[in-house]
Design a protein around this ligand. Structure first.
Ligand code: CA
Length: 228
């Protein structure tokens, strides 16, 4: 599978050169030109690496890196027009995986991208290290992240998942889950619970096919995996 690389760069000529080099090297580049668009793109699909320009029209790349780091464990390579040591140090302190100073050759950047992707694949990533807490709930926005990636959940799926998350390892019966959704027109029967769980599982598996987050207990109900 071609790794998706999010390119956050507001200069069209620079962005075009990067996108071309990455595509030639077997990556699937996604280009955005602002910090807001970068956050939206990260929420919309799994991304394996971010190439982040430090000088964006709506954001400072370092601030944006902090923002990304709050919810994503994705590797980041900074692009900067300045070669000052402070920029390099700030970038590395923020957990940047590499640093490229403009002007640079797109092929050189692409080689760095591949090196970071190789390292990320070979080493336990921070996401794997934090695997005991794979879910991150934002109750204000009714959204849940799973290993740093936003899940696109229906209202019913969100409520089922948060009910399970409140009691990791507990077996919740279908009747109990129905009680959680008493005012939800989408969940009126125990059979409906099964189909919502099935849809929810498919969304979790799409992000982590190697893990089973929700366990079925025949004749009893469902539980959320306790150990990761
Ligand atoms: Ca710029």
């Amino acid at each position: 599978m071609r790794p998706t690389v999010l390119v956050v760069e507001d200069e069209p000529a620079v962005a075009d050169a990067i996108v071309y080099a990455l595509r030639t090297d077997g990556c699937d580049p996604v280009h955005v030109a602002s910090g807001a668009a970068a956050l939206a793109a990260l929420g919309a699909r799994p991304v394996q690496l971010v190439v982040l320009d430090v000088g964006l029209p709506d954001a400072n790349g370092f601030d944006l890196c902090r923002e990304i780091r709050r919810s994503h464990e994705v590797p980041i390579i900074f692009l900067t027009a300045r070669s000052e040591e402070t920029d390099r140090v700030v970038g590395l302190e923020l957990g940047a995986d590499d640093y490229v100073v403009k002007p640079f050759s797109p092929r050189e950047l692409s080689a760095r991208v591949r090196a970071v992707l190789r390292r990320a694949a070979a080493q336990p990533t921070p996401a794997k290290a934090a695997a005991h807490r794979p879910f991150d709930i934002d109750e204000q926005r009714h959204s849940v992240r799973y290993f740093g990636q936003a899940l696109d959940l229906t209202r019913t799926e969100y409520r089922l998942l948060t009910a399970l998350l409140r009691h990791p390892g507990w077996v919740l019966s279908r009747a109990r889950l129905l009680e959680e959704l008493w005012d939800d027109p989408g969940a009126t029967t125990e059979r409906a619970i099964d189909s919502h769980i099935k849809a929810l599982r498919a969304k979790l598996r799409a992000l982590r096919p190697d893990l089973e987050a929700i366990e079925t207990h025949r004749g009893e109900g469902y539980s959320l995996r306790e150990r990761w």
